[in-house]
Design a protein around this ligand. Structure first.
Ligand SMILES: C[C@@H]1O[C@H](OP(=O)(O)OP(=O)(O)OC[C@H]2O[C@@H](n3cnc4c(=O)[nH]c(N)nc43)[C@H](O)[C@@H]2O)[C@@H](O)[C@H](O)[C@@H]1O
Length: 403
C-alpha cells in the first residue's frame, strides 16, 4: 500500500500526512502489545475517513521479559518480527526510522497520555467518553533546557516532544478519533498508554483482518518449519496446514488442519507462578496432564514452549525426558532476539495436532489465534492447564475467525 508521502496525487494536492504514534505501559509484555496494535489499527482506519493518517510502528525493546544477557534489544524495528508488507496490506504503517526521515526530524508534535477518569465510573454507569484532564499520575516525560520534552521514546535519545498533555478516555479505540481530528492541528500525535482504550469490535471481521495481517517475518517461519521437519516429523503437506504468503488469499476451513504428530504445550512460569497461583499448575501437575494428553491423543512427542528458569527446566527434563524444545545457540539468540525465539516457539505450538496453554497468558492466546487462522478444530486449540487444586477449570473461549 502506498502511504501519503509516496503518493504523487497526494503531493500534487498538497495534502499533508498525519502520523499516529503510540506506546504501551512499560511492564506490559510482547503479546499484549500485539493486541494493542490491533486497537490502534482500527483507530487509524477511523481516522483515515477524514485525513491521510499513517500509523508509526513503535520499535520493540526494553521489555521486562526479554532478559537474555549481553544482547542488544532496543530500537528493534517491526520488520525483524513481522512482515511489514503484510501489515501494509491492511493499513498504512511505517517504521519509526522512516517517520524520522519523512517528518524531517526526531520531534513529535503532541503526546497525549491516556488515563482513566479520576472519579471512576459515574453512578456505576459505563459510558464512553473522552476529555482533556489534568494528569493523574506523574508524567514519564521531563523538560530539557530548551523546554522540549524528553522521554523513553524506544531508546531514541535524540527524540523530543513539543507538548505533552493528558486525556481521560473510557471506551473503544475509535472514540479518540473526533478529538484527534477536531481539537489538534499537530502533524504527529503520540498516544501513550494506548492500552487504555478497548477494541472497536473484539473478534469481529476487522479485528481478524488486522490479526491475519500480522504475519510473522519469513526467516522466523522458515526456522520454525525446519525445526518441525527435523525434530517433529511435521510438514505443511502432511499436516494439512497450507500457508499462503499473502494473508488476504488465505482461508483454511476450520477443522481442515490436521497438525504435526506432537502435542504442543505452552507452559508459562516465572511471574505467573506467584501471580496466578490458583490456575497455574506445579511442574508435577503439568507433567501429569501432558502425559495423559499424549496417551489420549496417541502422540509420541511433545514440544514444550516455556519461560521456565534453569532450575525448573532441569526438573522438567528429568520428569519428561521425551520433551522437545527449541533451544537457540547464543549466536541464534543474538540474531533472533528473545522476541524472535518467542515467535518460533509460538509457530511450532501453532502447528501441533493438539495444543494446551496457560490460563490468561496472552502468549497462549496468540497461539490460539494462529491455529484458528491455520484451520484447526477448536477442540484441539482452546485448552489450558488447570491449577493443582482445581479438579476441572473453565477452558479458554473460542473466538471464531471471521472473513
Ligand atoms: C499479566 C500479564 O502477563 C503477561 O504475560 P503473558 O500474557 O504470558 O505474555 P507476554 O506478554 O508475551 O509476556 C511473556 C513473555 O515471556 C516470555 N515467554 C513466555 N513464555 C514463553 C515461551 O514459551 N517461550 C519463549 N521463548 N518465551 C516465553 C516472552 O518473552 C513473552 O513475551 C506479562 O507480559 C504482563 O507483564 C503481565 O504480567
Amino acid at each position: 500500500m502506498i502511504h501519503c508521502f509516496e503518493a504523487l496525487e497526494t503531493r500534487l494536492a498538497g495534502a499533508a500526512c498525519r502520523y499516529l504514534l503510540y506506546d504501551v505501559n512499560p511492564p506490559e509484555g510482547f503479546n499484549l502489545r500485539r493486541d494493542v496494535y490491533i486497537r490502534m489499527a482500527s483507530l487509524l482506519k477511523t481516522l483515515r475517513k477524514e485525513g491521510d493518517w499513517v500509523l508509526v510502528l513503535p520499535p520493540w525493546g526494553r521489555l521486562y521479559h526479554w532478559q537474555s544477557p549481553d544482547i542488544h534489544q532496543v530500537r528493534i524495528p517491526w520488520g525483524e518480527f513481522f512482515s511489514v508488507t503484510s501489515l501494509q496490506a491492511k493499513i498504512p504503517v511505517i517504521e519509526y526510522e522512516e517517520f524520522i526521515a519523512e517528518s524531517g526530524g526526531p520531534f513529535i508534535d503532541q503526546i497525549l497520555v491516556l488515563q482513566s477518569y479520576a472519579e471512576g465510573w459515574t453512578d456505576g454507569k459505563w459510558e464512553e467518553k473522552v476529555d482533556e484532564r489534568p494528569c493523574i499520575e506523574r508524567l514519564m516525560y521531563s523538560k530539557d533546557k530548551q523546554n522540549y520534552y524528553r522521554g523513553w521514546f524506544w531508546g531514541y535519545e535524540e527524540t523530543r516532544a513539543l507538548n505533552v498533555t493528558c486525556l481521560s478516555a473510557q471506551g473503544h479505540a475509535s472514540i479518540l478519533a473526533p478529538f484527534l481530528q477536531n481539537n489538534l492541528s499537530a502533524t504527529s500525535v503520540m498516544l501513550d498508554r494506548a492500552e487504555t482504550v478497548l477494541h472497536d469490535h473484539y473478534a469481529g471481521k476487522d479485528y481478524w483482518d488486522t490479526r491475519r495481517s500480522m504475519v510473522f517475518a519469513k526467516h522466523l517461519r522458515i526456522i520454525g518449519d525446519e525445526f518441525r521437519a527435523k525434530y517433529l516429523n511435521s510438514t505443511d503437506k502432511q499436516d494439512q496446514t497450507p500457508y499462503n504468503e499473502d494473508w488476504t488469499q488465505m482461508k483454511n476451513r476450520l477443522g481442515s488442519a490436521k497438525g504435526g504428530p506432537y502435542l504442543g504445550v505452552h507452559l508459562r512460569r516465572k511471574d505467573f507462578i506467584w501471580g496466578h497461583r490458583e490456575d497455574v499448575p506445579s511442574l508435577n501437575g503439568a507433567v501429569k496432564k501432558i502425559q495423559s494428553l499424549m496417551k489420549k491423543h496417541k502422540l509420541q512427542q511433545v514440544f514444550v514452549a516455556t519461560d521456565a528458569d534453569e532450575e525448573e527446566l532441569a526438573k522438567l527434563k528429568r520428569m519428561l525426558p521425551e520433551m522437545v524444545r527449541y533451544e537457540p545457540t547464543w549466536e541464534d539468540l543474538e540474531l533472533l532476539k528473545d522476541g524472535g525465539v518467542a515467535i518460533i516457539d509460538q509457530w511450532i505450538c501453532a502447528h501441533a495436532r493438539f495444543f494446551i496453554g496457560t490460563s490468561v497468558s496472552t502468549f497462549s492466546f496468540r497461539i490460539h489465534e494462529e491455529r484458528e487462522i491455520l484451520g484447526f478444530d477448536p477442540k484441539t486449540t482452546y485448552n489450558r492447564f488447570c491449577g493443582d487444586d482445581e479438579n476441572e477449570c473453565e477452558q479458554p473461549t473460542h473466538w471464531k475467525i471471521v472473513y
